[in-house]
Write a protein that binds this ligand. Structure first.
Ligand code: GA4
Length: 324
């Protein structure tokens, strides 16, 4: 048995653990081939059932994905003092273990950026801003394409109802690079799993994630069971966010997810969080409601929702305050 010394254990003490879940991968994650004509109906079903799916044939150049991954590895390999120059996050910038400002911690270091300005990178030595710009423009296009297919699948008259929020010049979208360092001491910790990023739902409209081939991502199914998502570095995973759940009056499910630290391999993920402009009003869309269907949520602006979200803890049910 490996016995950890006290200082070694102390570095984990603020980080939460959870009961080990099944290591088997969940094989029913919807895979949507965007080149197929029936993708819109499959997308709608995936958003209703899981609030989560994988997309293939996505048209994002592999080169953009690989270049940004190399830049990200270079950044996270810098000495701690160099990385700290890009922090602390306000919420933008470099962060280490602390997530948000309300006491959440995880086995993760990250860079959080406004998706429209890569200024934060300018203060980081050798970080290639164009790698971020190329990648973010391509995943934004992918996210908008998916949102348009969803609008079609939902038989909405205007297919840009959702995508126009992300396309707006004032869209408040953000971009995040996460590094979950390997954690070999993990097994020694009373047989529990170490939390990399605690369970939460994303407040935005949709999130587009790409990771390297390291495991760790889990989603919660409708019945609350946690299942592990098999990594796939060539594809994208899409999450329905809280704002989308509201606009569809609960038809689509904002998916609870989390990341567990991997004991052997570094996990790197890049996530684009597609958000509305701050002044945009978010409410259930009438044309998506059946006759007599009651609206489940009070109307709010993205600014109001974001303010309330940033005052919450990760695991909180943020939509609770806005339910009727
Ligand atoms: C979750 C989704 C995005 O990563 C994020 C996160 C944000 C942060 O890291 O600062 C929050 C979290 C996220 C929701 C609740 C608050 C705010 C941390 C936290 C405890 C950037 C976002 O928009 O909301």
């Amino acid at each position: 048995m490996v016995v950890l010394s006290k200082p070694a254990l102390e570095q984990f003490s603020p980080i939460k653990t959870c009961k080990p879940t099944s290591t088997a991968f969940f094989s029913n994650i919807p895979v949507i081939d965007l080149s197929k004509p029936d993708s819109k109906n499959k997308l709608v079903r995936a958003c209703e059932e899981f609030g989560f799916f994988k997309v293939v044939n996505h048209d994002v150049p592999l080169e953009f994905m690989n270049t940004l991954e190399s830049e990200t590895i270079k950044f996270f390999s810098l000495p701690q003092s160099e990385k700290d120059k890009a922090g602390p996050p306000d919420p933008f910038g470099y962060g280490n273990k602390r997530i948000g400002t309300n006491g959440d911690v995880g086995w993760v270091e990250y860079l959080l950026l406004r998706s429209t300005s890569t200024n934060a990178f300018k203060k980081i030595p050798n970080f290639c801003c164009s790698a971020v710009d190329d990648y973010v423009s391509a995943v934004k296009k992918l996210g908008c394409g998916v949102l348009e297919l969803l609008a079609e699948g939902l038989k909405m008259k205007e297919k840009n109802v959702f995508s126009k929020l992300l396309m707006d010049e004032e869209s408040d979208s953000v971009f995040r690079l996460n590094h979950y360092p390997p954690c070999p001491e993990l097994q020694a910790l009373s047989g529990r799993d170490l939390i990399g990023f605690g369970e939460h739902t994303d407040p935005q409209v949709i999130s587009v994630l790409r990771s390297n081939n390291a495991t760790g991502l889990q989603i919660s199914l409708k019945d609350g069971t946690w299942v592990s998502v098999p990594p796939d570095q060539n594809s994208f995973f899409i999450f329905v966010g809280d704002s989308m759940q509201v606009m569809t009056n609960g038809k689509f499910r904002s998916v609870r997810h989390r990341v567990l630290a991997n004991s052997r391999k570094s996990r790197l993920s890049m996530i684009y969080f597609g958000a509305p402009p701050v002044r945009a009003r978010i409410a259930p869309i009438a044309s998506l409601m059946k006759e007599g269907e009651e609206s489940l949520y009070k109307e709010f602006t993205w600014c109001e929702y974001k303010k309330s979200a940033y005052m919450s803890r990760l695991a909180d049910n943020r939509l609770g305050h806005f339910q009727k």
